[in-house]
Design a protein around this ligand. Structure first.
Ligand SMILES: Cc1cc2nc3c(=O)[nH]c(=O)nc-3n(C[C@H](O)[C@H](O)[C@H](O)COP(=O)(O)O)c2cc1C
Length: 234
């Protein structure tokens, strides 16, 4: 048993007292960030190119879900919520994820398009924030992406009215079976309540973990047709 793990384990008299043990354990959860420097003079002038370079490295080095991102939305009163979604497409104009248009996140985006995306790649000691506005992609784009999904997940999209309460797991399983039978041997069309959102960014922040918590943070903000690059204090 290594030194860290031994100290993390609850002492005998703390077993069964989860809150106290957890507080103790959290103090022990420390690591050093030792990333390579991220320097203003060396980053790409276009943040999408910089994102593309970091994303390629994440795909190479991050074992699970390098395309997972936290999506933060807010309703029309500014009340926030967040959840993980998967990045499915990006180009120089924006980033696309797919979801249910009846879901909580979609309803919030439709009343308030301001959103924030966060990628955290612990294996690379890197984080990227992207702030911008989201809007539905054209139906033809959602159709094209939906056709690439495995049939079982296509049936899943017909089965779930995402974010609504359901009486039980059995009800969900039963609906899945019914949908499977309905679309048996047919090409499964995209449900009208399912599709993509494209995020058009106006701010990026690239964070590289560095020694002694003196991390590198490079911010890009949009100024008409160009991007302003600044270093932020860690
Ligand atoms: C790794 C991971 C990837 C996910 N990808 C998606 C996704 O691409 N689209 C989606 O709608 N939900 C995805 N989810 C589920 C969402 O996090 C969330 O539970 C769901 O979209 C409902 O969110 P809402 O009620 O806030 O709208 C993913 C969850 C995880 C953990």
């Amino acid at each position: 048993m290594n030194r860290f793990f031994k100290r993390w384990m609850p002492a005998k008299d703390e077993v069964g007292k989860p809150a106290r043990t957890a507080r103790r354990a959290l103090n022990m959860l420390r690591r050093e960030y030792y990333g390579e420097p991220l320097v203003e003079s060396e980053v790409c002038s276009d943040p999408m190119d910089q994102f593309s370079n970091w994303f390629d490295e994440a795909v190479k080095h991050v074992r699970d879900d390098p395309n997972a991102m936290l999506l933060a939305t807010a309703d029309k009163h500014g009340r926030p919520s967040s959840r993980t979604v998967l990045l499915k497409e990006f180009d120089e104009t924006g980033l696309v994820f797919y979801t249910n248009y009846e879901s909580r996140k979609a309803r919030q985006i439709l009343e308030n398009p301001n959103i924030c995306l966060t990628f955290y790649w612990p294996d690379l000691l890197r984080q990227v924030h992207i702030e911008g506005t989201a809007e539905k992609v054209p139906e033809s784009q959602s159709d094209a992406y939906f056709r690439t999904r495995p049939p079982a997940t296509q049936v899943g999209a017909w089965t779930s009215i995402q974010s609504t309460p359901i009486p039980s797991r059995e009800v969900l399983n039963q609906k899945f079976k019914e949908m499977e039978q309905k679309f048996d041997q047919q090409e499964i069309p995209r449900p009208p309540h399912w599709g993509g959102f494209k995020v058009t960014p106006h701010r990026f922040e690239f964070w590289q973990g560095r020694l002694n918590r003196l991390h590198d943070r490079i911010q890009y903000t949009r100024h008409q047709s160009s991007w302003k690059i600044e270093r932020l204090s860690p």
